[in-house]
Design a protein around this ligand. Sequence first.
Ligand SMILES: *[C@@H]1O[C@H](CO)[C@@H](O)[C@H](O)[C@H]1NC(C)=O
Ligand SMILES: *[C@@H]1O[C@H](CO)[C@@H](O)[C@H](O)[C@H]1NC(C)=O
Length: 329
Amino acid sequence: MPSFIGRIAALRLAASAAATSSSRVVIAKQLGGRVSCLPQSSLRAGFVRAYATPARPKKTDAGSSTQAAGRPRKTAAAAPKAAAKKATTTTTTKKASAAKKATKPKKKAASPAKPKKKELTEVQKEKKEKAKIREEKAELKQKALFTEPKNLPSNPWMLFVTRKSAGVSSSKDTIGDRMATLSEEFKALSNADKEELQRTVEENKLQNAAAYKAWVESHTPEQIAEAQNARNALRRKFDYPKANGSHKIRDDRQPKAPRSAWVYFFRARHGSGEFTSLSPTETLKEVAQEWKNLSTVDRQPFNDLAAADLTRYKKEVESTLHREIASPR
Ligand SMILES: *[C@@H]1O[C@H](CO)[C@@H](O)[C@H](O)[C@H]1NC(C)=O
Ligand SMILES: *[C@@H]1O[C@H](CO)[C@@H](O)[C@H](O)[C@H]1NC(C)=O
């Protein structure tokens, strides 16, 4: 994934570099003949800019003074740097500028075609990026381990419907009616039948839990951590719904996130039994105010607890996931 991001960044950099003035200077300097190695589009862009730009003021100058007689001199003045450098070869400069003038209209005529070319490459770039995003998504899906065992029905109604639906195919049009009929049947079940459903459901729950645990433990803690990261990325980047399996993987082997000093304080205060008359929201508000009021000295024990828990977390990450934590909070 980092290399993927890196490649996109490099592409963008390359694209923007083609438009920077520094590259134009380089291209202008290379116009001695070695330019053929440059990409055709950037070469043309560089050529037109390097030569057309100094020529432009000359045009406006000529326009403002209206007298065409002063043109050659003004050309020299419009490119002062070039004139200073090649002071000894003024005639060649003049010849060169004349040549530029001659080629300029051609370039201008050719330039309308240029945006079309750029548009094409933009589309291509977009296609490429889309393909890469698709690739990234596929890679994440692969890592996300969407291979959890299917759960057996874990409530009586679901079990009842599953049993009644075995081997029965109903179309979308009839499913509503069918469910209504089944609902009536379900309500009319005898107590013995209901108890049997309940017993089976309890067994199913145990089986589901065992199958899930076995599935989790058929992977290393690192694989599960990687799968969890992939699922989080799918949810974050691709709006992947939790219902599609991007929910949290329950794995007791994963290190529990370190608790903060505030969390320790809240647990201690909440556990004091002083807030039983308040709603959870009110309790949270009240304890938060207490925490705000707490002096540095009074916070110290909780800070110590948090520091110890962070150490515990670090050790667990190292021993279970065989890596160091990204950065201490
Ligand atoms: C979620 O799963 C359904 C059915 O498997 C699928 O049609 C849908 O495209 C999935 N959603 C996403 C965001 O992948
Ligand atoms: C917090 O301190 C303010 C005064 O600084 C006091 O009015 C308030 O009652 C205190 N709140 C709690 C929850 O201790």
